[in-house]
Design a protein around this ligand. Structure first.
Ligand code: BMP
Length: 362
């Protein structure tokens, strides 16, 4: 589809991968094409700001490696807020190494990105196998998740006495049988007992915390959104760094085109790009473009915001979304440094959404 097509119609196009489709539907229902870049250095700050802006965003971008106390509390807290407020999580890790190394960076170590972030990004300078390696690691992570779900269905409700017992570990044969008979009733129970599953899986797994808790006791402020959208699917996707916002960057047009080529070869896993303009040129291209380097002038100012003195270059939402065809604006300090972040996030949401509506002719 061309970039003048609505997000809704792009979500419904038959070839759209499930994660892209979910995100496009989320954006449509929430009327938000705003990604907040939560560039903070502690878990408390991250969770506080996610609460403050969550209502206005479709995506929250992290740099987990700058969070000094990143760990289980960070992941559980963030997943809980993402679930309650309805947004996806994007870890801006910018992977860029040989396939074998990026697989480990993605799935293990203190960050274990694949466990808690629906989206991660990568450079393609190591060559296209970075993408296939990550796709394979992602599908393994999804398989582990599904195994965990089916384990509990097979084993029934945990009792307080048996959850730490080694005998509770999944029996792979049993699991395969369970997966092959997903009746309607079983599907319903998968959703209903997911809270138990995660608690239990964490106790029985050889790894300390394989998946974040999906449980939430808090009231749901976005019930309507959830009723329309359903629960977020457990899926993983990749963005390629096709262009950068920083002055003098080396990602030239040939490199950008190469990214597009690699993305087209991996359409089910690559949901789009971090770039400064839409890269969709073929009728089949339905890649999302997420664009950093976006700021609005402050209320009292009329002037243009140009940069941060460290190479960052800023443009307004109207320019990048309306004129260059970008889909999602990524905003960090524009919101982070505001006195009232909730109000500022809402101001950016509106500006981004109006630019999108104008672009599709509404
Ligand atoms: P800010 O809006 O505060 O300038 O933050 C921009 C965010 O987007 C930062 O987290 C930065 O790492 C990221 N980013 C960028 O600015 N330009 C790029 O080309 C790619 C990025 O990921």
């Amino acid at each position: 589809p061309s970039w003048t097509a609505s997000f809704e119609s792009r979500a419904l196009a038959p070839a759209t991968p499930p994660l892209t489709s979910y995100l496009l539907r989320l954006m449509t229902i929430k009327k938000s094409n705003l990604c907040f870049s939560a560039d903070v250095t502690t878990t408390s700050e991250l969770l506080a700001v996610a609460e403050e802006v969550g209502q206005s965003i479709c995506l929250l971008k992290t740099h987990a490696d700058i969070i000094s106390d990143f760990g289980d509390r960070t992941v559980r807290g963030l997943r809980d807020i993402a679930k309650r407020k309805g947004f996806l999580v994007f870890e801006d890790r910018k992977l860029g190494d040989i396939g074998s190394t990026v697989q480990r960076q993605y799935t293990s170590g203190p960050l274990s990105i694949a466990k808690w972030a629906e989206i991660v990004n990568a450079h393609i300078f190591p060559g296209p196998s970075i993408v296939t390696a990550l796709a394979s690691a992602a599908s393994d992570a999804i398989a582990v998740y599904n195994t965990a779900v089916h384990t509990v269905i097979t084993s029934g409700e945990p009792s307080s006495s048996d959850t730490d017992n080694d005998q509770d570990k999944p029996d792979p044969n049993k699991l395969t049988r369970t997966i092959s008979v997903p009746s309607g009733e079983k599907k319903a129970s998968i959703v209903n007992i997911s809270t138990t599953i995660f608690t239990r899986t964490e106790r029985i797994s050889p790894q300390p915390t394989p998946f974040p808790s999906m449980s939430s006791a808090s009231p749901d402020p976005l019930k309507d959104l959830k009723a329309k959208l359903g629960p977020a699917p457990y899926l993983r996707g990749l963005l390629l760094l096709a262009q950068m916002s920083s002055e003098g960057n080396l990602l030239d047009e040939a490199y950008t085109n190469k990214c597009l080529e690699v993305a087209r070869e991996n359409r089910n896993f690559v949901l789009g790009f971090v770039a400064q303009r839409s890269l969709n040129t073929l009728p089949d291209d339905n890649f999302l473009v997420m664009t950093p380097g976006v700021q609005l002038p402050k209320d009292s100012e009329t002037g243009k915001v140009s940069g941060d003195g460290l190479g960052q270059q800023y443009n307004g939402p109207r320019h990048v979304v309306g004129e260059l065809g970008c889909d999602i604006i990524i905003v960090g300090r524009g919101i982070l440094n505001a006195k009232d972040r909730t109000a500022e996030a809402e101001r950016y949401r509106k500006a981004g959404w109006e630019a999108y509506e104008e672009r599709i002719g509404l």
